[in-house]
Design a protein around this ligand. Sequence first.
Ligand code: COA
Length: 124
Amino acid sequence: MLLRYKKSFEKIAMGLLSFMPKERELKKLQQTMHIYDENPDWQLYLWKKGEDFVGLLGVEVSEHYFTIHHISVNPSHRGEGIGHAMIEKIRQIMPGKEMHSTDETRAFLQKCPELEKETGKQQF
Ligand SMILES: CC(C)(COP(=O)(O)OP(=O)(O)OC[C@H]1O[C@@H](n2cnc3c(N)ncnc32)[C@H](O)[C@@H]1OP(=O)(O)O)[C@@H](O)C(=O)NCCC(=O)NCCS
């Protein structure tokens, strides 16, 4: 189940975000969380499996497209299809918008069956 992030899930979200290769340092992680907290176009989602939050998806929404900036799954739950399921869900949440990737998310998104388009822009 894909749920919108709330401040009360901050610690679990930071833990999941830290699996992104460029988000390992605490300072960078805090800066990224700040962007999601302050900017309504930047939206964080968490994937709940049973009682646990095991996946994170971070998107930036524009008028005609959305960009996947962050995607991560708890290592204990990788290979179960959660990454693909999060992409499928976000596409349902953003009907009619193209899905774009960044340098950080392109490798996995290219494995997802849906078409994605490269914007060429850097993250931050
Ligand atoms: C990328 C990630 C979110 C995938 O989550 P997941 O729930 O394990 O993915 P799924 O189970 O839906 O899909 C598994 C498939 O994705 C592939 N995959 C996993 N990570 C990948 C990556 N970084 N680049 C390309 N493919 C990747 C697996 O090899 C597997 O492929 P297969 O079906 O051909 O065997 C997870 O591996 C993760 O959290 N990685 C660390 C964070 C990260 O690097 N995110 C950016 C990825 S570009």
